[in-house]
Ligand binder design. Structure first.
Ligand code: G6P
Ligand code: MG
Length: 214
């Protein structure tokens, strides 16, 4: 009996995962290191600072930068990202999301956002879906995915048992996070990549609520 659906944002509700990648790529190019889409799979769901650390380590240049310099690099990436999503509107909402939200509401199922992104409130506003959302997890001070903390934080908000919660994610670290929280995990993307999920759909619009509630 599912009572709460916790949605990841980037790559589930909108394809802003592409802008995250392009912003990291722009920064990486400037630092003289290269990243590709496959490496980017490891960055999905991971916090801004952790992503930067992985990129620098992958380029073998992590030791070249002080803590302060790393903070500046992360801030620079965020400027690129925010400018890349500045044109986002509700047209950027993935197909089927609004319909799925409406159906959840009809079934009295709560909707939360469990994203590692500090830009989540801004993006939800641009997508014009704030009115459906009952709670947005603040990732600040919470352990990053794949730790279960972000998903558990949403369940704890209403003291809902993890087994009554569903998490929806496009990242490997996110699916691990949902499973270690003890929740039902829906993957959005490639079954081969997200093989830890309980069920995988290629796109969000394919999520079949009635099947899941059976
Ligand atoms: C999500 C995205 C990542 C992004 C992270 C932090 O997990 O999947 O690509 O790096 O959030 O986002 P932020 O907007 O806070 O830099
Ligand atoms: Mg994601």
């Amino acid at each position: 009996n599912f009572k709460l659906f916790i949605f990841d944002l980037d790559g589930v509700l909108t394809e802003s995962s592409e802008q995250h990648f392009l912003a990291w790529k722009k920064l990486s190019d400037e630092l003289g290191i290269s990243i590709d889409e496959k490496f980017n799979d490891q960055l999905k769901g991971i916090s801004r600072m952790d992503s930067l650390e992985r990129i620098l380590a992958n380029g073998g240049i992590a030791e070249n930068y002080s803590k302060k310099q790393k903070e500046d690099l992360a801030a620079r990436k965020n400027e690129y990202y925010v400018s890349m999503i500045s044109q986002f509107t509700e047209e950027n909402l993935n197909d089927g999301v609004r319909e799925l939200f409406s159906k959840l509401k009809k079934h009295n199922i709560l909707i939360a956002i469990g994203s590692a992104s500090k830009n989540a409130p801004l993006l939800l506003k641009k997508l014009n879906i704030e009115k459906y959302i009952d709670y947005i997890v603040n990732p600040k001070n919470l352990k990053s995915k794949p730790a279960p903390d972000i998903f558990l934080n949403a369940a704890n908000k209403w003291s809902i048992e993890p087994r009554d919660c569903v998490g929806i994610e496009d990242s490997v670290s996110g699916i691990s996070s949902i499973k270690s929280a003890g929740m039902f995990a829906i993957g959005i993307g490639d079954q081969k990549v997200l093989n830890q999920a309980d069920i995988v759909y290629k796109q969000t619009k394919e999520v079949n609520l009635l099947d899941l509630l059976k």
